[in-house]
Design a protein around this ligand. Structure first.
Ligand code: MTE
Ligand code: HPA
Ligand code: MOS
Length: 779
């Protein structure tokens, strides 16, 4: 249905013409903004003196919390996040003062002249410490089905354990940036990289003490966000707005990479405790999870993220008796935030760890245990929160991927390799993903659009979604063109702008295409209805005897025609001036709200998701057991993208998501020192995957004949789910480590499986084997 086109900004990306915030033209009056942040994890602000800084050369304004004209409050859900610290600082990197000056050098010089006295307070820097101090954020939550406790008593086997999953830095290529331009009176325009411009507009209005009608937020594109700008793009927007408001000059802030890494929140660390009961074939009978997350210093989206972890700790498996207990802990670190998968990866990692242990315990292939436990097609198909898994593609995908990846033969080859190599070990693993699509906060599942057709037959699409590299605007262009029956080059998608489409939700939860696409279609449907009337009238003026009715008008191949009298036709571009002559409006809004969803938050039961996305991966790795170094040999992915609107973009999303996940699973380790200073604050200490880390043999395929009845044009979102396919690589590494002990002993493992984790795990296995051997000798 859709002609294949490259990403709408592809050429601009490679020529450098694509405009990011720092590329926007600045006027001679544009000032540079700088954020002065806390060097303490927790401290009382005893006193400060800004007078020297204010008088420094080139400085136009230095602001503190006292200078905020409106509310000093930016929490998106709970109001526990000040825009500028007031009286106390709660993490290293928290904004305390803002400086505007002619140049960055002058800002830095002025910063040195700020006098401030802190009185350090006791800080909490780990989940364990937060638990010990009972520093819980909000009430704990549970989801439950059946009676896990009773089932454990009768289960033939029970394993218990603990899994730690790490934080991760979003590492968007464009660091947080914003340009605020004051207009007449109270007017202010903010050009920034927010995934949620409507929320940015709200917060800018609140900190300035003005109304939303006076605040315009525009986002042309973001140079990557990955959840890191779902709420935390708001801060830099508000800071630039405050400085612009105070100086009456445009102010641009672009965070230096290290500052961005120090100041902004990461993926939530989790400490998960689990217990799983199973039978002799490896069928799960009962599972109990205790999920603990590190929220950092403020609430942000932590509860929604924990909720998604609770919804996804089943991953793809039916567990008749399940109890999930969840606690969100407060620490003195930057407030952790949305990151691709939004708690899903943390929940799924724990379940996949269980499956892996069950397989090792029973000495069976983990892929077999996975298949045994997949949600069924007809029975055993209801999740622990009561949603039926419809259009379940797990079994079909498993069969196809086992075949195409030659899993059985390669499993055998891996075993042979391991038998004949002492210091190199190979590992292989298959993991599935089932990911629920919709915001779990139900009211957020709505979107809007504004489509303008001009009298030259070209079309400008506005919608509420943000282009952050994922190809959303390309898909919107394709959908509008397909609906209007015109070629894609007649359609352009505008920068996202709060004055065009108001009250929108974040572009998040993988729902950008589904929701905005449906809103665009709603607008084009309305326009087509009007145009059909106009074109029918136009035809009938010429041939009144056999009239054309509006219902018979079709839009195809850049023409509009009567399907019953196909000689009655007019070019799309030729028809539009006729519409204007007939006083027909060629502009329409569109709106969409996701149908069929809703759940009871208190009970934890219902249908939070419109549908599920499915994916599956087989990964093979080579581990050097003397250094802990890991090489990715091959990864095969089969992903369900429905009737893909743009397969090239979708495959790009799958590749990128998987590789981003590999970073989280392997090399991306965030470390803070004992005072809460981020030690891994630049690429020299924080290792994201590079082109060299892509599996040597990387095969990504889309599931064929996979129409999705629940989204626009039969498509299915890609977006977040492929991130979690990286768990196949994590468990392939564990499989290789396990081979050191002949798969007889459960290796110690955590996530990320850094070289260090891998090496320590291997050393431990080796020493256990030695002890075992010497014990044998001495008996
Ligand atoms: N792809 C790129 N290139 N850049 C991004 O920032 N964000 C991811 C995903 N893919 C992201 C990306 C996240 S976290 C989400 S929720 C979705 O894109 C959001 O966009 P969509 O719903 O339009 O797919
Ligand atoms: N995903 C992303 N962002 C969100 C969600 C979600 O499920 N719920 C609320 N904000
Ligand atoms: Mo994505 S974490 O929902 O922005």
């Amino acid at each position: 249905m859709h002609p294949q086109i490259p990403h709408e900004s592809a050429v601009h990306h490679v020529t450098g013409e694509a405009l990011y915030i720092d590329d926007l033209p600045s006027s001679p009056t544009t000032l540079t903004g700088r954020v002065v942040y806390s060097p303490h994890a927790h401290a009382r602000i005893v006193s400060y003196d800004l007078s020297k800084a204010k008088n420094a050369h080139g400085v136009v304004a230095v602001l503190s919390a006292n200078d905020i004209p409106g509310h000093n409050e930016m929490g998106p859900v709970v109001k526990d996040e000040p825009c500028l610290a007031d009286g106390v600082v709660t993490f290293v990197g928290q904004a305390v003062f803002l400086i505007a000056a002619k140049s960055d050098a002058e800002c830095r010089a002025a910063e040195k002249l700020i006098e401030i006295k802190y009185e350090p307070l006791k800080s909490i820097l780990s989940i364990e410490d937060a638990i010990a101090a009972n520093n819980i954020l909000g009430p704990e939550r549970t989801m439950q089905r059946g009676d896990a406790k009773a089932a454990f008593r009768t289960a033939p086997h029970v394993v218990e354990g603990e899994l730690r999953t790490g934080a991760a830095e979003h590492w968007y290529l464009e660091s947080q940036a914003s340009l605020a331009v004051p207009g007449e009176g109270q007017e202010i325009a903010v050009y920034c990289g927010s995934q949620n411009p409507s929320e940015t507009q709200t917060l800018v209005a609140e900190v300035l003490g003005v109304k939303k009608k006076d605040v315009l937020v525009e986002v042309r594109r973001i140079g990557g966000a990955f959840g890191g700008k779902e709420t935390q793009g708001n801060h830099v927007a508000c800071w630039s707005a405050l400085l612009a408001h105070a100086t009456r000059c445009p102010v641009k802030i672009r965070l230096f990479r290290d500052d961005d890494m120090i100041m902004t929140g990461k993926r939530h660390r989790f400490l998960t405790r689990y217990e799983a009961g199973f039978d002799d074939v490896g069928r799960l009978l009962a599972v109990r999870f205790e999920l603990n997350s590190d929220a950092g210093a403020a609430t942000d989206l932590s509860f929604a993220i924990m909720e998604r972890a609770m919804f996804h700790c089943d991953n793809a498996y039916f567990v008749p008796h399940m109890t999930v207990l969840a606690r969100v802990w407060k620490t003195n670190l930057p407030s952790n935030t949305a990151f691709r998968g939004f708690g899903g990866p943390q929940g799924m990692a724990a379940m996949e760890a269980i499956i892996d242990r069950v397989a090792r315990f029973l000495q069976k292939d983990p892929a077999e245990i996975r298949k045994t436990n997949f949600y069924g097609l007809e029975a055993s198909n209801v999740t622990h929160y009561g949603q039926t898994v419809e259009n379940n593609r797990l079994h079909l995908m498993f069969d196809q991927l086992m075949q195409s990846s030659e899993y059985a033969a390669r499993r055998k080859a891996v075993a042979e390799f391991n038998a004949s190599h002492e210091f190199y070990k190979k590992g292989i693993a298959l993991t599935p993903v089932k990911f629920g699509i919709s915001f779990t906060t139900t009211f957020l599942n709505q979107a809007g659009a504004l489509v303008n057709i001009y009298n030259d037959g070209t079309v400008l699409v506005n919608h509420g979604g943000i282009e952050m590299g994922q190809g959303l605007h390309t898909k919107m262009q394709q959908i509008a063109a397909a609906e209007l029956g015109i070629s894609v080059d007649r359609v352009r998608v505008n920068a996202t702008n709060t004055s065009k489409v108001p009250n929108t939700s974040a572009t998040a939860a993988s729902s950008g295409t589904d929701m905005n696409g449906a809103a665009v279609k709603n607008a084009t449907d309305i326009l087509k209805g009007r145009i059909a009337e106009g074109v029918a009238a136009f035809f009938n003026e010429k041939r009144p005897t056999v009239p054309t009715s509006a219902e018979d008008i079709r839009f195809e191949d850049d023409t509009i025609f009567d399907v019953r009298h196909t000689d009655r036709r007019i070019g799309f571009a030729e028809a539009m001036p006729q519409m204007v002559l007939r006083r027909i409006s060629l502009s329409s809004t569109g709106y969409f709200r996701t149908p069929g969803i809703g759940w009871d938050k208190a009970k934890g039961v219902g249908t939070p998701f419109r549908y599920y996305a499915f994916g599956m991966a087989v990964s093979e790795v080579l581990v050097d057991t003397l250094t802990g170094a890991v090489t990715l040999l091959r990864t095969d992915i089969l992903h369900d993208a429905g009737d893909s609107i743009n397969p090239a973009i979708d495959i790009g999303q799958i590749e990128g998501g998987y590789i981003q996940g590999v970073g989280w699973c392997t090399t991306e380790e965030i470390k803070w020192d004992r005072d809460g200073n981020l030690m891994t604050h630049s690429p020299d200490t924080y290792k994201i995957p590079t082109a060299k880390d892509v599996p040597a043999d990387f095969r990504v395929n889309l599931l064929e004949h996979a129409t999705n009845p629940n989204a626009i044009h039969g498509s299915k979102t890609v977006a977040e789910p492929p991130f979690m396919l990286s768990l196949s690589t994590w468990l392939a590494i564990k499989d290789a480590v396990s081979a050191v002990g002949g798969h007889a002993t459960e290796p110690e493992f955590s996530l990320p499986a850094t070289n260090e984790v891998v090496l320590l795990s291997i050393e431990k296995l080796r020493s256990q084997m030695k002890e075992g051997a010497s014990r044998k000798v001495s008996v």
